[in-house]
Ligand binder design. Structure first.
Ligand code: PLP
Length: 427
């Protein structure tokens, strides 16, 4: 008998916790079983049960060109034919670094790693090593990957599953992470006052994506930069999600605020495991072998992943109106959803940064995690399932973003809005 998503999940549960290799994939907060995906092209994913969906998950961010883009696939296949990994430097790594610098001019020096988790974890070690200070500050509901010191009050799956504090993280480690609300510069100032000379860095998603999308209020990023600089602390922008989402650059370019260090992931690998951290040359020179802060990786700068990254960034860069088109499609979806929700009399708040957006089932503006947390997650879960039944594939959590790719057409959006109108009517 042919496998279905249901039987495939039973099988997978025998070997993987929850049957998955990353928790939010399990659909736990929305109910029902996850779809097993067979293939994906452009804006569509196909499950093994024979259904076609319009995809707004986009592998949780990387697939800005849509799935199986032929240029990226060719680059990956051609590169793989010459060897999958050497553990030695290649010229292509420098080429990708130069492309990234065009988008992030503040990344004078950088290091390639294999996941966003590694990028933020390494950036924090660097900040501590460079400043010789123990404490770090992060925002409630921000997700910077699953390193011990960053899982404190984390977003994404931690928020979705309502995990209060993660077992396995020693008190001694958690104590060195201070958490404050996003968009609250006064709270950061208070941290610096309370712990003079002890705070190594403030790590922040300049546009939050992992409590759902939350934008910085005007002046917030400028203010945190000023405060960090006055306190001698490193400002780290985690742009793993926001990088390349609204322009050929990140929130740093979009809002004109330059951090000391930047973390990138997702889009830079074009669907392959690749992430980056980098920034001011003086700070980066503390990284081994130039300096004493150790960080390494067997598959770092992997040739196949680098080829995928180069092909992806080149395609974006060489397309003069890429972000105009992406913004148009994204705006069509965003405006449409707001209008339809209002017509249906359902209270929602939608936040958007370029091609990433979240519609919160909330009635007050969402400016930080405490606001996002007031969303009606039960209502979201029902809406999610109604949308899925109409073949619209959204992230299975209120606290995640929907991603629009360049492969999404206005017809895709129209179909999505029809499904949304019907789903709202059924709520
Ligand atoms: C996805 C994400 C990470 C973690 O990246 P992984 O590749 O999943 O380890 C870190 N920070 C932000 C802002 C992210 O969105």
């Amino acid at each position: 008998m042919a496998m279905t998503s249901k039987t495939a999940l039973e099988d997978a549960k025998k070997v993987f916790p929850g049957g998955v290799n990353s928790p939010v994939r399990a659909f736990k907060s929305v109910g029902g079983d996850p779809l097993f995906i067979g293939r994906a092209f452009g804006a569509k994913v196909y499950d093994i049960d024979g259904n076609e969906y319009i995809d707004y998950v986009g592998s949780w961010g990387p697939m800005i060109l849509g799935h199986a883009d032929s240029d990226v696939v060719d680059a990956v296949c051609n590169t793989a034919k010459n060897g999958m990994s050497f553990g030695a430097p290649t010229e292509a790594e420098t080429e990708l670094a130069r492309l990234i610098q065009q988008a992030f001019p503040g990344m004078a020096k950088m290091r390639f790693v294999s996941s966003g988790t590694e990028a933020t974890m390494s950036a924090i070690r660097l900040a501590r090593g460079y400043t010789n200070r123990p404490l770090i500050v992060k925002c409630e509901g921000a997700y910077h990957g699953h390193a011990d010191s960053l899982l404190v009050s984390a977003g994404s799956g931690v928020a979705t599953l309502g995990i209060p504090g993660c077992p396995g993280i020693p008190e001694d480690v958690a104590r060195n992470t201070l958490t404050i609300g996003f968009n609250d510069a006064d709270a950061l100032e208070a941290c610096f006052k309370a712990h003079p000379g002890k705070i190594a860095c403030f790590i922040v998603e300049p546009v939050c994506g992992n409590m759902g999308v939350v934008l910085p209020e005007p002046g917030y990023l400028e203010k945190v930069k000023e405060l960090c600089s006055a306190a001698g602390a490193i400002l780290i922008f985690d742009e793993v999600m926001s990088g390349f989402r609204a322009c050929f650059g990140g929130a740093s370019r979009y809002f004109g605020v330059e951090p000391d260090l930047t973390c990138l992931g997702k889009i830079v690998g074009g669907g392959m495991p690749l992430a980056v951290y980098g920034g001011r040359a003086e700070i980066m020179s503390s990284i081994a072998p130039d300096g004493p802060v150790y960080q390494a990786g067997t598959l770092s700068g992997n040739p196949v992943a680098v080829a995928s990254g180069i092909a992806t960034l080149k395609k974006i860069k060489n397309d003069a109106d890429f972000y105009d088109r992406l913004d148009q499609t994204s705006g069509l979806l965003y405006d449409g959803l707001e209008k339809i929700a209002a017509e249906a009399g359902i209270k929602t708040v939608a936040n958007r940064f370029g091609s990433m957006m979240t519609m919160f089932f909330a009635s007050e503006p969402v400016k930080r995690f405490a606001d996002a947390g007031k969303s009606d997650t039960k209502l979201f879960a029902r809406w999610f399932r109604l949308m899925l039944s109409r073949k619209i594939y959204l992230a299975p959590s209120q606290f995640e973003a929907a991603f629009v790719s360049i492969a999404h057409t206005s017809e895709d959006v129209e179909k999505t809005l029809v499904a949304a109108r019907q789903s709202f009517a059924e709520l």
